[in-house]
Design a protein around this ligand. Structure first.
Ligand code: MG
Length: 348
């Protein structure tokens, strides 16, 4: 059976504006795989952004996508069946699956002539303001980054879990009163020490703490969440829909990212289901191009917080799409995901 779809992939290396150091990794680039899904002369764009510590590579994502049984996906409106079939092809591969999900949504939105925020009935101007992420740096560098960005952004996300956590927070506070969100990336190990740190942070304009302890320390996370004066959010500890039930009681909320939950379809379900279960939500991202960011931005009005600065941290974004407007990443009104090739590095 001939496939109605043509799928093309191209590895692309995102160059980061600043070295990105987390509690357990450091890098200056992020590998990504750009995807084009074409049918009837219309192209849907997708992307798999793959920070190396998550285990996927452009080669693995490409191999996964090239093996998809595209001839089966004859009805482009059958997204539930198509994306369930894609997910069932192999375990893991969440970024590769997200790339296909984004490209299919982009193609379908274009076929329908509407952006996804309109198809979903969302008001794009109700997107929460995004944070600007500052990795683990010496306090002097943190101070410079805060100074350079506090007028454009309504919040900072500070990566802690390094040797100078408190000095990094103080460095921001030297410069501005901008709210700070903290992401420890599982970097603290002692629950009592973690609680003391969170109590200290609570007096310094911090809004919440993301993944303070390793994700498998569920009893300690529940203990911490019961006592913390700040909301505790799961990132590494809640990846897909199947993890959501276990997040209740363990955390106050979850971080939803297209690259870890296989794309727009599951991200939307996660955001809505989390709310039903009484969990707060943040829509986050990896360092990724304006392709994946524009896709995520379609869902931003469903989240309590947004952390969608991924494309702003990239020096060679090959797409133009959602932009920073009054502190929020707001999608365009173009159909589909609202991103087009262009910008710092041309696609194709
Ligand atoms: Mg995180």
């Amino acid at each position: 059976m001939a496939s109605p779809w043509q799928l093309r992939v191209r590895p692309f290396t995102l160059e980061l504006r600043n070295r990105f150091t987390l509690a357990n990794s450091s890098r200056t680039t992020t590998p990504t795989l750009l995807v084009e899904l074409e049918r009837d002369g219309r192209i849907g764009y997708g992307e798999a952004a793959m920070p190396p510590y998550l285990g996927e590579t452009p080669a693995s994502a490409s191999a996964f996508l090239q093996r998809l049984p595209l001839p089966r996906y004859d009805d482009p409106l059958a997204t539930a069946a198509i994306l369930a079939d894609v997910d069932a092809q192999a375990p893991g591969n969440t970024a590769a699956k997200a790339a296909f999900d984004i490209a299919l949504h982009d193609w379908l939105g274009k076929a329908l002539g509407q952006p996804w925020h309109r198809i979903l009935g969302l008001d794009k101007h109700r997107a929460p303001k995004t944070s600007y992420t500052i990795g683990i740096h010496p306090p002097a560098t943190v101070r410079e980054l805060a100074l350079a960005n506090h007028e454009r952004f309504a919040a900072f996300k500070l990566k802690l879990g390094g040797p100078e956590d408190r000095a990094m927070v103080e460095a921001v506070r030297d410069v501005c009163a901008t709210p700070i969100r903290v992401d420890v990336n599982q970097g603290w190990t002692d629950r009592d020490a973690a609680l003391r740190e969170i109590e200290w942070l609570a007096g310094r304009g911090v809004e919440f703490v993301e993944q303070p302890l390793p994700k498998d320390r569920r009893d300690d996370l529940a203990w911490l969440t019961a006592r913390s004066p700040l909301p505790i959010l799961a990132d590494e500890g809640c990846v897909r829909l199947a993890d959501l039930r276990d997040a209740v009681g363990c955390y106050h909320g979850i971080v939803v990212k297209l690259m870890k939950c296989t794309g727009l379809r599951e991200a939307r379900t996660l955001l809505e289901a989390a709310r039903v279960l009484g969990l707060r939500t943040m829509l986050g991202c990896m360092t990724e191009t304006s392709c994946a960011i524009s896709a995520a931005a379609q869902l931003a009005p469903l989240a309590d917080w947004a952390d969608l600065d991924g494309a702003i941290l990239v020096a060679n974004d090959p797409f133009v799409g959602a932009t920073l407007q009054a502190g929020a990443i707001v999608p365009t009104d173009l159909p589909g995901i609202g991103a087009v090739p262009g910008g710092a590095a041309k696609v194709g």
